[in-house]
Design a protein around this ligand. Sequence first.
Ligand code: ADP
Ligand code: ADP
Ligand code: MG
Length: 672
Amino acid sequence: MFKKILIANRGEIACRVAATARRLGVRTVAVYSDADVHAKHVAACDEAVHIGGSAPRDSYLQWERIIAAAKATGAQAIHPGYGFLSENEAFAEACAANGLVFIGPSAASIQAMGLKAESKRLMEQAGVPLVPGYHGADQDPHLLKHEADRIGYPVLIKASAGGGGKGMRAVEKAEDFAAALASCQREARNSFGSEAVLIEKYVQRPRHIEIQVFGDTHGNCVYLFERDCSVQRRHQKVLEEAPAPGMTPELRQAMGLAAVAAARAVNYVGAGTVEFIVEQPGGYDHPEQMRFYFMEMNTRLQVEHPVTEAITGLDLVEWQLRVASGEPLPLRQEELSIRGHAIEARICAENPDNEFLPATGRLDVYRKPACTGFTPGAVRFDDGVREGDAISPFYDSMVAKLIVHGDTREQALARLDAALADTHIVGLATNVQFLRHVARSASFAQARLDTALIQREAPSLFRQESVGRELAVAAAVAQTLVRERAGETADPFSRTDGWRPFGLTRRRFDFEFQGEALTVQLSYLADGALHLSVGDQAGPLAFRPLPADSGTRLDLQFQDRRLTVQTWQRDETVHVFSDLGATVITELDALAHAGETAAEGGRLTAPMPGKVVSFAVQAGDAVKKGQALAVMEAMKMEHTIAAPADGTVTELLYAPGDQVVEGAELLRLSVQ
Ligand code: ADP
Ligand code: ADP
Ligand code: MG
């Protein structure tokens, strides 16, 4: 086993690798960028080396500096994590050339699987089933169109060098092909440096089922069963589980053997994943009719590897380290088995109700459920951040991974729901509530899985408010009273003057909840009890503070409902968390808002820091409300800025390729 390794990554995966290394007595070296000086992964390792600026190309992709750091610190091997350099064959080669072990497959294996089109040709030869499609080298647009027509619509155009859900376009009909091809090529060129695409039949209602494989340097190769990653948005995984619901032993073995054949075809060493797209011709109720086709192989550890660890009881990073140091695989195929069911949820800084727009900011409050970190448990929470850390625009928007395990899928689901309810984040938008709604949706609960699940269940997933107006108001009022009594709020006089020695006294609160202004009356009754009225709802309000290390925790009762709530106040906004869900309610200060009018005119600003990709208009153009004006790219996604009203574009303030800060004015519009 190695004595010391360098971890060429950041965030949760760097912390994850460090945890196993520590357990095995292997010392670790972190690398970090300017933005990560105080990052958790730096603290998680024994040593750390600064490698440059915040942008990945200035640090985590600077492989010469990373190799120099490994040599300077005496590390024997480099673990690349996922993303960044993990699938970069030049880096794997450079490691070897410098006498360092790359903890992953050989450069040749990475290269063979690196291009989607090339790998398909290889898999065809190895007898692995492929989706009908075109993966030739000839990229003449007329030929591509002809091939799409032959395959039959809908088709999917994929960037051959693509990954992470980027560089894909679904085309419904022949007329749309040319435009989709151009847009896919543009994204492919910008993101992957190559325009080459392939075309596949767009499988209807497919599932994404992938097989974890492991090879060693002694010629052994096994499969560690499957993961179902069908719950996706924009081709990116949201929930992953193992085993795949409805999987039959026959299909599991067939897919496992196909995956091993794929790995063997490229002499695979280390952890890899073979992804399959699975057709369900018999519908959800006839999983035995599922047909699988090779999609791609990811030649690295996968984000969702913990669900496999949960059901096999193995530590895949330990296996990676053992294999990389020359040991044979710890177990043979017949010694592997599945225990229980595991589900992973990716917690991301993003706003699902605004097209999953990535969010940046500080984790003012960051509270996790009772959990283990980086080791299997009923509730496991893998993260690379701490309370107070910033989520910056430079890296992935994933904050943490929540992994639950149970004897059955039902038990795992119940644990997932409870753990999400106990995940409290204040300071930036996250998808935690959205994940709860997805996990609770009828389709997911009944395992009616396919990649369109989120679309199908959309009415019950987006813009959901599950706490309700009355309880939100009751929580906000109660926490205000508790904080006043504790002398915490700024102006106690205006607040506590409701107390009088005789009779009933009233006090008024103004709130905004879900875009609605609310006037709330609180009455102090003679016996000391409280009475609250919110619109047409009124009733007794009672509460009891519970111990909390920050914020306010209450046993709350309003009308006939009673529940435990946890609140945090930030400026005028009260963040309310409960088993029902989470919500925000804002206390309005009537005076502060009196002079405010809707000054939102023709300013069109960047919703987040990022890069201007293109403008769809020029100065002088007349535009209609909703028309696309500009495209921005941030955090691996493109965002379209649309006209808020009819008007005329007066000025473009940036050029394509420009880097802009959040709130930067991109163009001016004169509104009619
Ligand atoms: P999976 O690994 O399960 O296929 P993704 O493809 O969504 O899931 O995630 C891996 C992708 O995340 C990489 O291809 C890369 O684009 C991106 N990524 C790069 N570096 C990191 C990082 N340090 N943390 C999280 N994501 C990263
Ligand atoms: P990436 O490299 O971004 O992971 P993949 O080729 O693995 O790209 O595909 C990602 C996702 O796109 C799949 O999980 C699936 O949801 C969808 N997808 C890919 N190929 C097809 C197809 N032929 N038909 C339907 N959906 C597909
Ligand atoms: Mg993939």
